[in-house]
Write a protein that binds this ligand. Structure first.
Ligand SMILES: NC(=O)c1ccc[n+]([C@@H]2O[C@H](COP(=O)([O-])OP(=O)(O)OC[C@H]3O[C@@H](n4cnc5c(N)ncnc54)[C@H](O)[C@@H]3O)[C@@H](O)[C@H]2O)c1
Length: 248
């Protein structure tokens, strides 16, 4: 299983986050060159540590809500490494509110980062992947992009749209050597746990039949599977990994 991504070039938006950084490390451990894109400078310290460990990786400061910056991210990646083999979109905001309380400004932010940012990254990565005739994309989605949850509005809207957008992009480019899928986690044990739903950690654990929350490592393993040749005929679908949450 090791080195499935030897010399592959991987771009991760939201690469400073819990899931993005964990996934980046796993790609590096399997031989990839990784570009970490985030609006947070936290990514720089990850990159410094990983370079010390001998990995080939780069931080490119990127606000995914600005399509010029996302276009520049892909261009800089190609200037640096020559291609883009894998895109993993993991930039996201986790605050939401019941419909009557969600402000139009917060709605706009959620849509701008979680949906438009995902579209921009897909768009410019695909422009490059079409030139190469190959590439694979994994978009971060959520079980809350599939089923309803109390109190959610903008996050659910954005994630539902990411899911269906990913399917259509997959259909459009399936015969061009480009695969597109989404990963849909249940609640992940991370510093932002509870931020989205306002529930306590114990309440969230009780919601999951597995009796625990997921881990960033478990999300990363699913992302690497979808991005790998092991999933060579997998496109236009969602990998739900939620400890049984959605099956109830
Ligand atoms: N954590 C969970 O429980 C969970 C569950 C299901 C789905 N997800 C989804 O997985 C993805 C990653 O989640 P996470 O737990 O790592 O979140 P996180 O908050 O740890 O990381 C998100 C990252 O996105 C970055 N970001 C925010 N706005 C940005 C912008 N405008 N431009 C560039 N970067 C920006 C942040 O700086 C942060 O590093 C998100 O899309 C999230 O919605 C998370």
């Amino acid at each position: 299983m090791r080195n499935r991504f030897q010399d592959k070039v991987v771009v991760i938006t939201g690469g400073a986050g819990s899931v993005g950084s964990c996934t980046a490390k796993m790609f590096l451990q399997e031989g990839a060159k990784v570009v970490l894109a985030d609006s947070s400078k936290q990514a720089q310290s990850y990159i410094a540590d990983w370079k010390q460990e001998g990995y080939d990786c780069t931080f490119i400061s990127t606000d995914v809500t600005d399509y010029h910056q996302v276009e520049a991210l892909i261009k800089s990646t190609v200037d640096l490494y020559g291609r883009v083999d894998v895109l993993f979109t993991a930039a996201g905001l986790h605050h939401d509110n019941p419909c009557h309380e969600l402000t139009p400004e917060n709605w706009d932010q959620l849509i701008a980062v979680n949906l438009s940012g995902t579209f921009y990254a897909n768009k410019y990565a695909i422009v490059q992947m079409l030139k190469q005739g190959s590439g694979t994309i994994v978009n971060s989605c959520s079980v809350f992009g599939i089923v309803g949850a109390e109190g959610l509005t903008g996050y659910a809207a954005a994630m539902g749209a990411v899911k269906t957008m990913s399917r259509s992009i997959a259909v459009t480019y399936a015969d061009k050597g480009i695969r597109v899928n989404s990963v849909c986690p249940g609640t992940i044990d991370s510093p932002t746990v509870g931020e989205l739903t306002g529930k306590s950690k114990q309440e969230l654990i009780a919601d999951h039949p597995a009796g625990r929350l997921g881990t960033p490592e478990e999300v990363a393993k699913c992302v690497l599977f979808l991005a790998s040749d092991k999933a060579s005929f997998v496109s236009g679908t969602e990998l739900v990994m939620d400890g049984g949450y959605k099956a109830q």
